[in-house]
Design a protein around this ligand. Sequence first.
Ligand SMILES: Cc1ncc(COP(=O)(O)O)c(C=O)c1O
Length: 500
Amino acid sequence: MPAKHSMQESPENRQIPADAQGSGSDSGACGDLQMSPDIMLDLANRTAELIIERITKLPDENAWDGEFKKELEDRLMEDPPEHGSPALEVLERAAKEILPMGARLDHPRSFAFIPSAPTWPGILADFMVSAYHVNQCTWLTASGASQMELVVTDWFRRWLGYPDTAGGLIASGGSAASLEALVAARESAGAPEGGTVYMSDQSHSALVRAARIMGVRPDRVRMIESDALFRLDVETLIRTVAQDRAAGFNPVAVCANAGTSSTGAIDPLEPMADFCEAEGIWFHVDAAYGGFTIITEQGKRLLRGIERADSIGLDAHKLFFQPYEAGCLLVKDLSTLERAFAVRHDVLQDTVWGANHPNFADRGLQLSRSVRALKIWVSVKTFGLAPFRNAISRSMELAARAEVHVRNNETLEMLIPASLGIVCFRVNPDHAALDEESLEKINRKVLARVFWEDRALVSSTMLRGKFSLRLCIVNHTTDWDDVRETLEAIERFGNEALSD
Ligand SMILES: Cc1ncc(COP(=O)(O)O)c(C=O)c1O
């Protein structure tokens, strides 16, 4: 289609005086919110310098550097100014006083919760997306971006082994994907009264929240107990569903984990798929944590059966190294998603171009949408898949090596085999014969010392009442020395706590 308008206006006509220096200008010569191309370029270069300086220095800094509320309130709580200040000053403040305050999730020693380090092309793609100001709600408003999102979701579809009928959308994250999946499940089941949802007691709070938002009462979310390796127990699932059916409830969805956030446990996907197929219940797999391991040989083996799910949630801002926000929901039959979310709206009638021109707003929660898929597309096109595959494999290898280190260490105890880059262990020398209460006290002390005194950021979890230290090794910038020195610091603090 030919361009309808050509820009005749010369850049000079739109410039504001150079002496405005990117600050709010009172000149009134043109829109007060505009900047000249020279100033824009200078500011972009200076901002890029600030960012690259941060990235370069990051390994020598601490993985956490937050502040207490009072201190930040004193520094930041101020009225909005009526007149501006030079943009560079403002951006430098953001770079020094705001953004670094907290966890540096892309630090090579960031092992807490679920960290991640984004690729530079992905970061630049997000910058471009803001600058091009595309609203990817409909084909009309964003045909290029929509086609690109089709390409990216189709890559994911093929990696997961889904059929041609599958499709989905890029979402803010695993939480949005969970909600959209459960809504699709409920609509597909005909929105029955007395709906119940099933998941393991290790499932992410995002799924519980999704069920709550959807109106499934907490006592109808069945948290099925997990086995010794924290995988959902299928026999208990079968029994619970049978009891619910007998009591008149309507099972709407069964959710499996492809990598719990606590231990990296993978639920028995094939037996769960068999059961859901036989019972005609929607089968959702929350693969927000572990889904992208599917591009490695090991991941393919571990996630066998995922392709049988009715829906799969993914998070490219975890093990696919993208800037936040980069979640994804894929459903096996795309029509189930569109039936759940498409709503006619007169004011958008011009955007209906027919089935071959999807409006992504018809597939999920959002109307206004940023172009979140671009960072994935740009990163993969820039690097190719091989470095992603290597980085994911390396994460799993580092975790396996950490496990060997812990098992060979007299002070430390592994609590469960490492899985998908997650290592759960604690300070517990055999000879000490400590009870659970003392162990928790000692390990909490160790965790606090790592937090305040060491460069690394480590977090904890509870494993059937046992307090566990936990390393989540998913940054592509992490090497063995980062892991080893963190384990050595834990051992040292542990021995000191034991002799207190
Ligand atoms: C297994 C799992 N599911 C869902 C979520 C929620 O994802 P998000 O934080 O992207 O909304 C997470 C986040 O850590 C997760 O690990």
